[in-house]
Design a binder for this molecule. Structure first.
Ligand code: BES
Ligand code: ZN
Length: 608
């Protein structure tokens, strides 16, 4: 496989990207979640011209794709699309129409668009999105902090880029891009690219991404934003009313970058900026290159949740620079990133702090594994999902926590010096490439196991369930202390951070009485706490059948749209009596338009 990849590493950029020709390696294996056949013809550069209309909710534009013909006998290029309307397909050079075919939709994958290859190897596709395009969240003014202007943002990972751009939607293909985006005057446009630090008064924004990226890192946000510089390479965009709070919360990010560079080599993307979105953003963070997208719930006021920033920044190495070849190798993105995140937090805040995350992480993993048989392939790091399974069907905590735990086990077995050098070499060697689990296995066997006497095997971690018992159990003194308070029903001292509260609330036994919850609330006003606290607190109230929680639950669920935060509350409601179930359904009906399509679908299933 790897020899073939090297031999094929000959795709050359042309067209618009020709000022910086760079070889783009061929994908190393077939991706079940894409119609594309990039071993034959691969996209190397995208030139996008896009108009953003809030009424009706629609993107219209043209995507010009520069192609590398890897197989000389290829006569067509195959792209992914999903719910796009294709209006016209032409040759970039001549403008002549090109023969093309939109195949019938396939479940999960969407519709293949096959286009006859023109002599210039560049195709121009004029297209539109429907209002329900799954990558797009159109936010009404009421859903924003300022309540004056609408907003739009995209979420392309894992396979939703195809719902707003026709392209080869697989992490095995990388391309550079440039874009011109037309928005209503007075609005900003921002992308996963070189971004403006001031508004374009005419509403026309130009972008360039000079490093080749996979499609799931395509991102766009349009809204009423302001910019604050944080450090020489870092800054934050947010709505004007919250940009100062964001800049204060994230002031450690330059130090995080330095910590990451010391460990894993240079930051190769130029700037690292962040964009704080409304609470309907479906994730904690999304590592869009040069512009991480963030939930506002990370702004706790005490910097206690910035591990999330360390996580998204870490993706600048694990994920964005060295990318999973297919979604079956997802742990290479998220497990590595979770490990790197904790190494960064250890450098920044010390070992005790990082130990808290390790301890919470293994706790989550055990809880998730408890619901599955050890032979369930979902509990393996190396997944074997086929095209009929959604790519995020794996268990989150397996990719994140079991993946990170494997790297921690390797670190402990071989020592930091050896293991850090191994990781550093891997980031250098595989920079701007996609890679798979088999390659990792071969590299670790050759560079670690073959050279040092360590008597355990890698394969069970990758291809079996459970947690192999090859490393000391992660523990945290602080977590144990806080858990002891929670299980004995002792009230916490004043002045805790949000993170300390989260540990405490998670450890409160399911049998807790309404009366004890009442006294906690009387002392600490938790029911009017921040979203991170509420996500753990509200389920406790529901389980103890505390009816006065109803208005707080309704407010929370109709403002917060982060999938991980709303899911536990809906689950608690649906596990309750008929009154709680009815509350779940009526709240969902009223709030569902605020949710991102992904969350709308997932919660819609839950409350059925
Ligand atoms: N890349 C992920 C988010 C993601 C994963 C989106 C899969 C779509 C499909 C991001 O880096 C992430 O892991 N976010 C976490 C952050 C947390 C683990 C610190 C989140 O949003 O909860
Ligand atoms: Zn991540």
């Amino acid at each position: 496989m790897r020899l073939a990849a090297v031999a094929l590493a000959l795709g050359i950029l042309g067209c618009k990207g020709s000022s910086r020709p760079q070889p783009v390696p061929a994908p190393i294996k077939h991706d079940p979640h894409s119609h594309a056949r990039p071993m034959r013809v691969a996209v190397t550069h995208l030139s996008l011209d896009l108009h953003v209309d809030f009424t009706p909710r629609m993107l219209t534009g043209t995507a010009k794709l520069q192609l590398a013909r890897r197989d000389p006998s290829a006569t067509e290029v195959v792209l992914d699309t999903d719910t796009l309307t294709i209006d016209k397909v032409t040759s970039c050079a001549t403008g002549a129409p090109l023969a093309h075919r939109v195949a019938p939709p396939v479940k999960v994958l969407g519709r293949a668009l096959s286009i006859a290859l023109p002599a210039d190897n560049c195709v121009a596709i004029t297209y539109r999105t429907p209002p329900e395009a799954r990558a797009l969240l159109w936010v009404e003014p009421a859903g924003t902090f300022g309540k004056q202007h609408p907003m739009l943002f995209t979420q392309s990972q894992a396979i939703l880029a195809r719902t707003w751009i026709p392209l080869q939607d697989t992490p095995g293909v990388r391309f550079t891009y440039d874009a011109t985006v037309h928005v209503p005057p007075g609005q900003w446009a921002l992308m996963s690219a070189e971004n403006p630090q001031a508004i374009a008064p005419d509403g026309v924004f130009r972008f360039e991404m000079k490093q080749p990226i996979p499609s799931y890192l395509m991102a766009l946000a349009v809204g009423d934003f302001a910019f604050r510089s944080i450090g020489p390479r870092t800054g934050v965009y947010a709505e004007p009313g919250m940009v100062d709070a964001a800049a204060a919360e994230f002031d450690e990010v330059e130090a995080m970058m330095k910590a990451a560079e010391e460990l894993y080599g240079p930051y190769r993307w130029g700037r690292y900026d962040m964009l704080v979105l409304p609470p309907s953003f479906p994730y904690g963070g999304m590592e869009n290159p040069r512009l991480t997208f963030l939930t506002p719930t990370v702004i706790a006021g005490d910097r206690s949740l910035v591990g999330l920033i360390a996580h998204e920044l870490a993706h600048s190495w694990s994920g964005n620079l060295v990318t999973n070849a297919t979604w079956n190798d997802f742990w290479l993105n998220e497990g590595f990133t979770t490990y790197v995140e904790r190494r960064l937090m250890e450098k920044l805040r010390g070992k005790e702090y990082a130990d808290i995350d390790w301890a919470l992480g293994i706790h989550d993993l055990r809880k998730a594994l408890a619901d599955h048989s050890p032979t369930d392939p979902k509990t393996f790091l190396a997944l074997k999902l086929g095209p009929d399974a959604e790519p995020d069907e794996g268990l989150g905590s397996v990719a994140y926590e079991k993946g990170a735990l494997l790297l921690r086990a390797l670190e402990l077995a071989f020592g930091r010096e050896v293991f850090d050098a191994f990781l550093r070499r891997r980031f250098d060697r595989l920079a701007f490439q996609s890679t798979d689990t088999e390659t990792f296995e071969a590299d670790a066997n050759a560079e670690l196991f073959a050279k040092h006497a360590v008597n355990w095997k890698l394969a069970p971690w990758l291809h079996e369930g459970g947690i192999p018992a090859t490393q000391p159990e992660p523990t945290s003194k602080r977590v144990v202390e806080i858990q002891a308070l929670a299980t004995s029903g002792t009230l916490p001292p004043a002045g805790w951070t949000t993170l300390e509260w989260v540990i405490y609330l998670r450890a409160i036994p399911a049998t807790v009485t309404a009366a004890s919850l009442d006294s906690l609330d009387a002392a600490f006003k938790l029911t009017s706490g921040n979203a991170e606290i509420l996500m753990h607190w509200l389920p406790l109230l529901i389980r103890a059948d505390v009816q006065r929680a109803e208005p707080a639950i309704r407010t929370y669920l109709s403002t917060v749209g982060r999938r991980r935060m709303v899911t536990p509350v809906y689950k608690a409601l649906m596990a309750g009596n008929d009154r709680w179930k009815a509350l779940a359904r009526s709240t969902y009906a009223a709030a569902k338009d605020v949710y991102h399509p992904l969350v709308r679908e997932a919660i819609g299933e839950l409350v059925k």
